[in-house]
Design a protein around this ligand. Structure first.
Ligand code: NI
Length: 187
């Protein structure tokens, strides 16, 4: 398949809610290959279908390091079924070239999804690992939610966006999660 153009923050598609996949057709297997090709070409840790202009509930993640063999994980119709703990850590996104900022995330997540063969699987990611954070980040893309919506400090995020000539923060999109706030304050 091929390396696609990654949509940048400001594009409407990134804010739309994606639709469920009903059948693993050739269209879906081609989409997954495009996502993988594009993610590896851009050195990303994850990529969601809306980022290449397709509003379907599909994303890919690979948290392997350069010294390790590739380890792609494909998530189709994912659902986060459990989440706990909280942390603040720095994140970026291929739709926000060069801009990094601190965001609030759950430390542990359990996700249920379908693989490329249509088989259901459950994956648990813990301790604020890169995988745990990537699952939350990519899953959000399917609902039109972006990492900056979880920013820990809106002034710092605003400055990062400005520095890289990206559109300003959409303040009305910022997510307040009382459960997450409580966990952060208890730490
Ligand atoms: Ni992203």
């Amino acid at each position: 398949m091929s390396v696609k153009n990654v949509l940048k923050y400001g594009e409407k598609t990134l804010r739309e809610k994606s639709k469920e996949v009903h059948k693993i057709s050739k269209k879906i297997t081609d989409l997954v290959q495009d996502l993988l090709d594009t993610m590896y070409a851009k050195n990303g840790v994850g990529l969601a279908a809306p980022q290449i202009g397709v509003n379907l509930r599909v994303f890919v993640i690979d948290v392997s390091t350069n010294e390790e063999p590739l380890n792609p994980i494909v998530f189709i119709n994912p659902k986060i079924i459990k989440k706990s703990g909280a942390l603040v850590s720095e994140e970026g996104c291929l739709s926000f070239p060069e801009a990094y900022t601190k965001v609030k995330r759950y430390k542990n997540v359990m996700v249920k999804a379908m693989d490329i063969h249509g088989r259901s699987f459950v994956l648990e990611a813990k301790d604020g690992s890169l995988l745990a954070r990537a699952i939350q980040h990519e899953n959000d893309h399917l609902d039109g939610i972006l990492f900056i919506d979880h920013c820990a400090n809106r002034f710092e995020t605003e400055a990062a966006l400005e520095k890289f000539n990206l559109p300003p923060l959409e303040v009305d999109k910022i997510i307040e999660e009382p459960e997450l706030e409580k966990e952060l304050n208890d730490n």
